[in-house]
Design a protein around this ligand. Structure first.
Ligand SMILES: [Zn+2]
Length: 257
């Protein structure tokens, strides 16, 4: 299947994760895509195709003849989409041969080149975008589609020599739990790459820790007539707390008041 068709097939499946859920995966609908992927791997002839009780999907593109001893390379992507915006009923739009113009998502939302100058990089490309009412889900179904399309290609082109390649798909990356139960040993790659980035050809090899915390600060309310040295303003406490975070290292601190 062509990369574009595969991508459109995957974005039609709602896989939004939910940070308020206690289950793993956090939403049952993520199984829809996870189960589909393991079936597709089997149909393509991949080996060691598995899906475990947490939803992690793994599969193997076997080494081509004579390359069985090469290091095992892994490719990973996550199936879930962000809880920040709906991933249901996605209506992708396709621009063939993009000319560098502003992109009207809907009557009230336009992606302007002035605000997103990086759009000019994509002149002449085929662009797929959302209609602005949902996420597109390219994060990270683009990665999933790339990996599956590459797997299909490699399975049918044995003249392309390679060692054993492991493929892994994970749920719940968007809520910071994507690798909580990931079985690194079973995956068994010597080196692995996550296909979840920005520009073509970009390779990231380090990142900051994107852990988050919600802090609830309760002040003390006192009638203003008697408040001197007694009333405590929660915002003042939050500012003080924020000032204690080393500014070179913190990107932001969420304040729940
Ligand atoms: Zn992602």
């Amino acid at each position: 299947m062509e990369l574009k068709d595969r991508f459109l097939k995957y974005v039609a499946i709602d896989t939004q994760s939910d940070e308020n859920s206690e289950s793993f995966p956090s939403t049952a609908k993520q199984w829809d895509l996870l189960n589909l992927l393991v079936e597709e791997m089997k149909a393509l002839g991949l080996e060691e195709d598995t899906i475990d009780k947490y939803g992690y999907v793994m599969g193997t593109i076997p080494a081509t003849k004579g390359y069985e001893k090469a290091p095992v390379i892994g490719f990973l992507a996550h199936v879930d989409t962000s809880p920040d915006m709906s991933g249901k009923d996605v209506r992708p739009r396709i621009i063939e041969e993009y000319q560098g113009e502003d992109i009207v998502l809907n009557p009230s939302l336009t992606m302007r080149v002035a605000e997103f100058p990086e759009l000019s990089r994509f002149v002449g490309h085929t662009l797929i975008h959302t209609d602005g009412t949902t996420l597109l889900g390219a994060d990270d179904k683009a990665g999933v589609a790339e990996i599956m399309t590459a797997a299909e290609y490699l399975m049918s082109h044995p003249e392309v020599k390679h060692g054993k390649i492991r493929i892994g798909f994970t749920p719940d990356e968007e809520i910071g739990r994507g690798v909580d139960f990931f079985d690194v040993k079973t995956f068994g790659a010597d080196f692995a790459y996550t296909m979840d980035g920005g520009y073509e050809g970009e390779l990231e090899f380090e990142n900051f820790n994107a852990a988050s915390a919600k802090i609830l600060i309760k002040g003390r309310n006192v009638h203003p007539g008697y408040a001197k040295h007694k009333m405590i303003n929660a915002i003042d406490v939050a500012c003080e707390l924020n000032s204690l975070v080393p500014c070179q290292r913190a990107t932001s601190i969420y304040r729940g008041l």
